[in-house]
Every structure is written in structure tokens, then in C-alpha cells.
Ligand binder design. Structure first.
Ligand SMILES: Nc1ncnc2c1ncn2[C@@H]1O[C@H](COP(=O)(O)OP(=O)(O)OP(=O)(O)O)[C@@H](O)[C@H]1O
Length: 607
């Protein structure tokens, strides 16, 4: 898809400058000093040849006079040159710091936007330009700031030289300006074209990155080898590379054509300048002045060329910064997450939860397949509900809905009588201790992984949670105890937990959080039979009187729950206690019997 992308340059630059005003005004002071010193500096190079030639050619010119001129110019060059460099060395780190604070806002945004974006494959692609704008020190935000900063002295010098040359001959100036205008147009056209194709590039890059990550992630190593996935990966990777190269080729072709136009205008401008200056010298202008004007024109050409580059760079990269601001300013649920909504409802302290699904229908954003249609049921206060059913019936989706990670499409979910949309998201998330099928261990210390925080960690509570989750022995074996760093990505002596141990860690995390309600989504999938039995036995203790939901394919888990909700592909099929559902001899009964038969047969075989 190619669409013309326009953006308000002035508004974007103003926003960037407002940011500087709010974050670091000193940068303006540096800019002024840098502009004046850096702006005067090139004039010294323009004037030096004239003064030297005058001194050399004047009657009775002496070596001491020539030396004097050279020394004065040298002293001035050192003074201005040094100040210019020194000031830049002070300003640049501050600009980098600004960029990092932009980046910090991106992190902040990504962790607080609605969860639905995290499951949206197009989200990262759509926002890749915004996210890219803070990643590098020479593009995006930092690129624009440094180019704006560097443009000050160049514009200063260029303005002085324009007046100077304009006074001598307006045609030289017009020739130069034609050259620069064509230069700007060329660069602008090239970068506009680049930007238009950027969407195709981002698409190809995201896919290539996926294949790269898949082959570089050891976790995929076994499947790739045993199932010959590499054929498929190689084929797809080749396809993406071809697509990528095609886009890059069309960009380069456009650049070659534009480069030709640029060379032509450069030739016309130079021919005009030399013709006029030679004509004037033949008609009486001094050689010293000739050399000065040549120097002035050359310097101005370079300056205007650089300015044109910087101008088009700023225009081009400003597009990414504009995308960044749009991304940061868009409300993706994060505003509500951070600001305490004035009318947000609150529950009383220690209130256990009752969750009502009232005529709930749901399909994932961007799809039209209903996972639930008019779903009605209640999870009562203090009840332990087992949710069972076939694969893909929507059990995990149910959890995403009741925890507010996704909003229902129709109907309403109420917690203790209050629609969940009326709670502040942060407080809603705080209501649940959840253990999911897959756990993400972070490369922090064990205690930080349990407490999900690095401040005010209750050590004793961490140890208790780990012990209750069945990690007492593991904890003892760790040289640094709860201060042991997890994973080997950051620390060489980091510890890697097995799948089952990681799952226990997730349970410890939930125990430490001690929220109002416990949700376990296949928490024992990676546990061995003994560890699973331990979790079953201590389940009541783990949830300690709270409302709890236990999702599992292992129907043994339903025995220690008060009620069972059985889901099939069409929603809630059966609901009741284990005894009631067994008596009803429906789908649950059948599944239980099949599983029981299998287990019995397995036991018989092993006997
Ligand atoms: N982010 C998503 N976007 C679109 N569809 C999704 C998304 N996540 C899940 N689905 C679909 O929703 C349906 C229900 O998925 P869900 O994970 O809730 O099932 P489940 O009952 O927990 O399955 P299992 O027992 O296999 O874990 C599936 O058809 C799945 O493909």
C-alpha cells in the first residue's frame, strides 16, 4: 500500500522545541554561543587569502606584515574554532539525554497501553516508524535535534555570504540559489519516496526479523531440526529478502535519476559564477578580490549544500518524530491506566470478588468470529470454579475478559455489581493473582521475579511464597538465595529454571501478590505428577478463601473445586458441581469417563 504521507512540519518542530524548553533550557544558550562562534569561523578562511594577497602584492610589502596577518588569523581561528567545538561537546550529550527521555516515554507507553494491542500483529508494524524514531543517535529525534543545532552557525555564515556576494553580482547568487533549490527538491523527493515505501520495508523487515529470531532462539532448535522447519523458514526468508531487495531497488533507482538532475544544476551554477568573476577580473577587479570571491562562493556553495541536506534531513526525519508524537499522544487506554479516573469505582478493602457475565459476546478485534455469544454465568464470592473444555473453546479468552485485558464486544461483565469498565485499569489488574500457561521469567533477581518489583520487597513473604509453591529445595540450592539473578542473558552466573520450576515460580508470584482473586490457567501443565499433586492438595491453602478460577484439561483438578463450567466450541455447555454434572451424563461426564478410562488403562498397562 502506497499512500502520500504529509505531516505538519512546523507543528512537529514546535513540539520538539517545547520539549527542550520544558526539559533543558540550557541547550538554547549553547545554541546561541555555538551559532555566533561557529558562524564567524568560516569568514576567517574567506578573508585570509585577500589580506595575504594584498600584503604580498602591495609595493614594499614585508615578511613581518605577512607573518602578522597569518598570526592574527591563526589566533582568531583557534579562539573561535575551540569555542565552537567545546560548546558542541557540552550540548551533544544533553541532546542524547533528551532522546533517551523520549525513549523512556515509549517504554512507559508500551507497558501501559491496553493489552489488546499486544496481540495485534499489525500494531508494531503500524508503529514501527514511531518506535524507530528514538532508537538511534543519528536519526529520528536526536538526528533532528543535532541537525537543528548544527544548522545555526551554517545559516549564520550563509546569510552573511549571501549579502556579501549579492552585493557584488546578483546573477552569481541566483545561480547558487538555483543549485541549492534543486538540491533540496532532489533530496526531498528521494526521502518522500523512501517514506512512502517505508511501509513495505517495515512489513518485510518485521517478517525477516521474525525468521531471524526463530532461528536464533534456542527454544525453537529442536522443532526446527526434527520437523524440518528450516525448509519452510529458508523459503519464506528468501521470499522476504526478494521483496525487500525489490523495494530497496526501486528506492535506489529513483535516487540515481534525481542525482543526475542535481549534477546538471551544479554544472550550470558553477559555469555562471566563473564566467562572471573572470569577466569582472578582466575588467579591472583585483586578483585578491577574485580569490576572495571564489573563496566566498565556494564556501557559500558548501554551506548552502549542507543547509539543504540538513533541511531535507529535518523534513524527512521529522516525519518519524511526528509519528512518535502521534503514538505517544494517542489514547490507547494508557491515559486511563495512569490517571485515576475521577469517577472510577473502588471496592472495599479485602472484599472478595463475585464476577457476573451478563449476556457477553466477544470476538477479537479485527476478526468477526464470535468466541462467545450471549454468555451468562456467575462466579460466586469465595467459590472455586473449575473451567474445563475442549481446545480453543475460549477458556483463556474468558480470563482475558474478566481481568479487563480485552473489552467485551457486547453485554457486560460486573465485579461485585460494578461493570468492569467503571474501574480504573490499574486497580482492576491489581484485583487478580494470575498464573498462566506460559510464564515469563525476567533477567532480574529471584526475589524481584517473585515480587515483580525492585523496591520495598518483603523478603520473608518472598521466601514463604517460594516455599508454598514447592521451591523450598531449589531455593536452598541457589548460592545467592533470593538474590540469585535469573537467566544467563545479563549475568553469567544467572540461573535457568526448568519448565516446571518456572511454573512454580509463577505460582509463587501469584501468592506474593495476594490479590483478591486467584486465576490459574493450566498452572500444572509443566509440572511432574508429584508436584501437580502437591499443588492440588494445597490449592485451598493457596487461594485461602478467595474466589478462584482453575482452568485445566486434567479433570482431576475439578474435584477440589466447588463448581465446574464446561465450555465447548459454542460457549458454556454445562455448569454445576462435579456430582451434578456426572449425574447429568452430558459432555463433562463423557470427557471425564474417557480421561478416567485412559488413566485406568495406563495404570493397568504399567502394572
Ligand atoms: N489475539 C487473538 N486474536 C484472534 N483470535 C484469537 C486470539 N487469541 C485467541 N484467539 C482464538 O480464540 C479462540 C479461543 O482461544 P483460547 O486461547 O481462549 O482457547 P482455550 O479454550 O484457552 O484453548 P486451549 O485449551 O487450547 O488453551 C481460539 O480459536 C483462538 O484461535
Amino acid at each position: 500500500m502506497e499512500k502520500e504521507l504529509k505531516y505538519p512540519v512546523g507543528r512537529t518542530l514546535k513540539k520538539m522545541l517545547d520539549y527542550v524548553t520544558a526539559a533543558d533550557k540550557k541547550i538554547y544558550l549553547f545554541f546561541v554561543i555555538f551559532t555566533v562562534t561557529g558562524g564567524i569561523y568560516p569568514f576567517l578562511a574567506v578573508l585570509l587569502p585577500k589580506y595575504l594577497l594584498n600584503e604580498i602584492t602591495k609595493a614594499g610589502g614585508e615578511v613581518s606584515g605577512i607573518l602578522g596577518i597569518v598570526l592574527i588569523f591563526l589566533a582568531l581561528m583557534i579562539l573561535f574554532g575551540f569555542t565552537r567545538t567545546f560548546i558542541r561537546s557540552l550540548a551533544y550529550p544533553r541532546i542524547t539525554y533528551l532522546r533517551l527521555s523520549y525513549l523512556g516515554k515509549t517504554f512507559d507507553k508500551l507497558v501501559s497501553i491496553d493489552y489488546k494491542y499486544m496481540e495485534d500483529a499489525n500494531f508494531l508494524e503500524d508503529n514501527s516508524r514511531a518506535l524507530d524514531s528514538t532508537n538511534s543517535d543519528d536519526n529520528g529525534v536526536e538526528g533532528v535535534y543535532t541537525k537543528l543545532f548544527d544548522a545555526g552557525p551554517i545559516a549564520f555564515t550563509a546569510l552573511g555570504l549571501i549579502l556579501f556576494i549579492g552585493k557584488l553580482n546578483i546573477w552569481i547568487l541566483l545561480g547558487l540559489l538555483l543549485n541549492v533549490t534543486v538540491g533540496i527538491w532532489v533530496k526531498r523527493s528521494a526521502s518522500k519516496y523512501n517514506y512512502k515505501r517505508k511501509q513495505n520495508v517495515a512489513h518485510a523487515e518485521r517478517r525477516m526479523k521474525y525468521y531471524y529470531n526463530t532461528t536464533h532462539d534456542f527454544g525453537f532448535g529442536k522443532d526446527i531440526r526434527l520437523y524440518r522447519f528450516y525448509d519452510r523458514i529458508n523459503k519464506n526468508y528468501d521470499k522476504e529478502i526478494k521483496g525487500y531487495v525489490k523495494v530497496q531497488k526501486s528506492i535506489k533507482n529513483r535516487e540515481y535519476f534525481l542525482g543526475f538532475v542535481e549534477v546538471l544544476s551544479f554544472f550550470i551554477s558553477n559555469a555562471l559564477t566563473y564566467a562572471i568573476l573572470v569577466y569582472k577580473t578582466v575588467n579591472g577587479m583585483s586578483i585578491a578580490d577574485f580569490s576572495m570571491y571564489i573563496m566566498a562562493v565556494t564556501t557559500l556553495t558548501v554551506m548552502l549544500g549542507t543547509l539543504a541536506d540538513q533541511f531535507s534531513f529535518i523534513l524527512n526525519e521529522g516525519q518519524y518524530v511526528y509519528d512518535y508524537f502521534n503514538f505517544i499522544d494517542a489514547d490507547m487506554g494508557d491515559k486511563e491506566y495512569k490517571e485515576k479516573t475521577e469517577n472510577a469505582k473502588k471496592l472495599k478493602k479485602d472484599e472478595t470478588l463475585e464476577i457476573v457475565f451478563d449476556n457477553v459476546s466477544f470476538c477479537y478485534p479485527g476478526t468477526d468470529k464470535y468466541i462467545f455469544k450471549n454468555l451468562n454465568f456467575t462466579i460466586h464470592k469465595g467459590e472455586k470454579l473449575a473451567i474445563v473444555g475442549i481446545n480453543g473453546a475460549g477458556k483463556s479468552t474468558l480470563v482475558k475478559l474478566m481481568t479487563g485485558l480485552f473489552a467485551v464486544t457486547e453485554g457486560e461483565i460486573r465485579i461485585n455489581g460494578i461493570p468492569i469498565s467503571e474501574f480504573n485499569k490499574k486497580e482492576l489488574y491489581a484485583m487478580f493473582s494470575a498464573v498462566f500457561q506460559e510464564i515469563n521469567v525476567l533477567a532480574y533477581t529471584l526475589k524481584e521475579n517473585v515480587a515483580c518489583s525492585s523496591i520495598a520487597i518483603d523478603e520473608e513473604k518472598v521466601v514463604k511464597a517460594l516455599e508454598k509453591a514447592g521451591l523450598k529445595g531449589k531455593l536452598k540450592s541457589l548460592p545467592k538465595g533470593t538474590n540469585q539473578t535469573m537467566l544467563k542473558v545479563i549475568e553469567e552466573d544467572g540461573v535457568e529454571f526448568s519448565g516446571g520450576e518456572s511454573q512454580k515460580l509463577a505460582i509463587a508470584r501469584a501468592l506474593y501478590k495476594d490479590a483478591r482473586m486467584v486465576i490459574m490457567d493450566e498452572p500444572t501443565a509443566a509440572l511432574d505428577a508429584l508436584a501437580e499433586a502437591e499443588i492440588y492438595e494445597s490449592f485451598s491453602d493457596l487461594v485461602s478463601g478467595k474466589t478462584a478460577v482453575y482452568i485445566s484439561h486434567r479433570l482431576a483438578s475439578t474435584k477440589f473445586c466447588d463448581r465446574i463450567a464446561f465450555f465447548d466450541g459454542d460457549g458454556l455447555k454445562e455448569y454445576g458441581s462435579h456430582e451434578e454434572l456426572m449425574e447429568a451424563k452430558g459432555a463433562y461426564y463423557n470427557m471425564f469417563m474417557v480421561q478416567g478410562k485412559y488413566y485406568n488403562e495406563e495404570v493397568a498397562v504399567s502394572e
